[in-house]
Write a protein that binds this ligand. Structure first.
Ligand code: SAM
Length: 226
């Protein structure tokens, strides 16, 4: 595929996968029409870069389906002024979308290979408002807190309490939560001024596991939490 083919596929993705399913945020639609998702997958998969599904990125992990990226990002209600915490850098595609729409992104990934690759690409693409960290993101990033928005792109057994603590008053968090591995509800939380939390369910989803102290055990055969 050449540059024009990718451009056309991206436009079709925005119209057919995002707008028709109800994504309305015009700035977000413009950004997803501009950022090349195909760049975030390996060369052999680039022709599928705008398909309506997740794609493998190595290490048994995936780049999320474009619609899920849009749905989660829209739910964060970004205005451009926020410091955003992202847990699960993966390919870096969601990180790029966030970097376009907020003031600063603090992104955490637990797999060194993925973090290094994503960082290199995002540097090449000249995103200068991203801080990277190799760690268990289920504990959040205390030194950088509070965050006006938090996005978790891996499925958690329950909402990690450190993340609630690190959410700023009036902050928004989106996270897939499910009591069994591989099947979750996408949950949006809003912290009110008095620090109480409102919860909204955005529908069913299927993410890879959030592995860590406030996530699942890294042993795939165990269904217990850490
Ligand atoms: N948003 C990513 C993208 O656009 O490519 C997709 C992320 S992928 C679905 C989930 C990522 O979360 C994986 O890269 C995985 O290694 C990472 N992850 C899982 N548990 C984590 C944890 N406790 N801390 C940080 N990253 C974690």
């Amino acid at each position: 595929m050449n540059k024009n083919d990718y451009h056309l596929s991206r436009r079709q993705m925005v119209v057919q996968q995002l707008e028709t399913r109800g994504i309305k945020d015009q700035k977000l639609l413009e950004v997803m029409n501009r950022v090349g998702r195909h760049l975030f997958v390996e060369e052999a998969l680039q022709s599928q870069g705008y398909a309506d599904n997740p794609l493998p990125i190595g290490e048994n992990q995936t780049i999320s389906q474009p619609y899920i990226v849009a749905l989660m990002t829209e739910a964060l209600e970004l205005t451009g002024k926020e410091k955003v915490l992202e847990i699960g850098t993966g390919s870096g595609y969601q990180t790029a979308i966030l970097a376009e729409l907020c003031y600063k992104v603090c992104t955490i990934e637990r797999i060194r290979f993925l973090l290094t690759k994503a960082r290199k690409l995002l540097d090449e693409l000249q995103y200068y408002n991203i801080l990277f960290r190799l760690a268990d993101g289920s504990f959040g990033w205390k030194e950088e807190a509070p965050f006006e928005a938090i996005i978790v792109t891996a499925g958690a057994p329950a909402i990690p309490q450190p993340l609630i603590k690190q959410l700023a008053p009036l902050g928004r968090m989106v996270i897939p939560v499910g009591e069994s591995r591989g099947s979750q509800t996408l949950v949006k939380l809003v912290k009110k001024k008095d620090n109480s939390i409102s919860r909204f369910d955005l529908g069913g989803c299927r993410f890879v596991d959030l592995i860590g102290g406030h996530g699942w055990s890294s042993d795939n055969n165990k269904s217990s939490r850490w």
